[in-house]
Write a new protein. Sequence first.
Length: 86
Amino acid sequence: MKRALQALRTRARNVLLQDWVTNAPTPPYYDFPPSLTPHPFMGLGKFVAGRIHQMRAAKSYLAAHTSWFDENPDPTCPRGGIDPEN
């Protein structure tokens, strides 16, 4: 009985991941494959985990990162205006 349950769970996970990849593919800029296991940093606070997700997707509040709503952002630092923000 235990083997049948484990086989069913494995099959369900595989079907779910395949459906996910087929119906909602990851954007081209996101290099990480879909997973049903939470990332290790999800145990951190909400703010820190959110920033790590933004860094992984190269989408953050920093001007140096590209944005999903502005295709040609200004990468210079808003304070100095000379060097790129990093």
